[in-house]
Write a protein that binds this ligand. Structure first.
Ligand SMILES: C[S@@+](CC[C@H](N)C(=O)[O-])C[C@H]1O[C@@H](n2cnc3c(N)ncnc32)[C@H](O)[C@@H]1O
Length: 233
């Protein structure tokens, strides 16, 4: 994808994402690469807020192939973040208590109706932008069978705190195709995401390598054990 197209996609989704340009670029490139490499499955984002990163991965497919090849699932409470706890660390507890801060974003709340309207404005059908509202504790077990049947080629985890990140990893990481990608948006931002990632990998006995995004704007995993060429996608 050329720089102009990339910049246009990022500009188009900017009102709907709090993710940095670097992290959006990485998600766009990862989506294109994993689909082009023929990995099976849909793209799933857990923690979408207004949907910007998900829409970026849909727009990228349209630019690349003229149409959406793989649906993107947008999973979110659309009621904001649950309460942080001690596993999320002092910065998270402080952030959630400072409700007047300009960085509070109403506890990351977004309106479901607005996200549906944005999907429509971009011209994505409900089968392309699969919006699943509700708390992950209910929606993820409920959708697990459907997702298991389809597989996941890219799982973008952007739900900040320990409990949701761990729940997503426990339920959905096993559904990611071999050599598929898991993006951990908050790995460097919040203690809870870091702890949940390490606890999940240890509990599951997995030796996946954790790789950094440019400028530490998140981390990512290729779902594979160590092999001879670690960078081959
Ligand atoms: C930082 S925002 C996501 C940012 C978004 N990816 C973007 O492009 O700007 C985190 C989101 O995670 C969602 N979230 C966190 N825990 C959740 C849970 N247990 N169930 C459902 N949604 C949750 C919040 O509602 C919030 O929209």
């Amino acid at each position: 994808m050329d720089d102009r197209t990339m910049a246009k996609i990022i500009a188009d989704v900017r009102p709907y994402s709090m993710v940095s340009d670097d992290a959006l670029r990485f998600s766009i490139e990862s989506a294109i690469k994993t689909i082009a490499a023929g990995r099976t499955g849909d793209i799933v984002e857990c923690g979408t807020w207004r949907g910007g990163a998900s829409f970026a991965m849909l727009l990228a497919q349209r630019h690349e192939w003229g149409r959406v090849q793989r649906p993107v699932w947008l999973m979110d409470s659309f009621q904001g973040l649950p309460p942080a706890d001690n596993r999320d660390g002092p910065l998270a507890l402080k952030w959630q208590s400072e409700t007047e801060s300009p960085l509070y974003f109403d506890n990351c709340s977004a309106r479901l109706e607005d996200v549906k309207a944005t999907a429509e404005r971009f011209g994505f059908s409900p089968e392309e932008a699969v919006i699943v509202p509700g708390w992950f504790e209910q929606t993820i077990p409920a959708q697990q069978g459907r997702l298991a049947a389809r597989g996941i080629c890219l799982l973008r985890i952007d739900c900040d705190w320990y409990a949701p990140v761990r729940l997503v990893l426990d339920h959905l990481a096993p559904l990611v195709t071999d050599d598929g990608i898991i993006i951990l948006d908050d790995y460097y931002a919040w203690d809870g995401c870091t702890r949940a990632t390490h606890d999940y990998l240890s509990a599951a006995g997995l030796a996946y390598r954790i790789r950094s995004l440019p400028s530490f704007h998140g981390a990512w995993i290729i779902k594979r054990d160590a092999r001879e060429s670690p960078d081959a996608l």
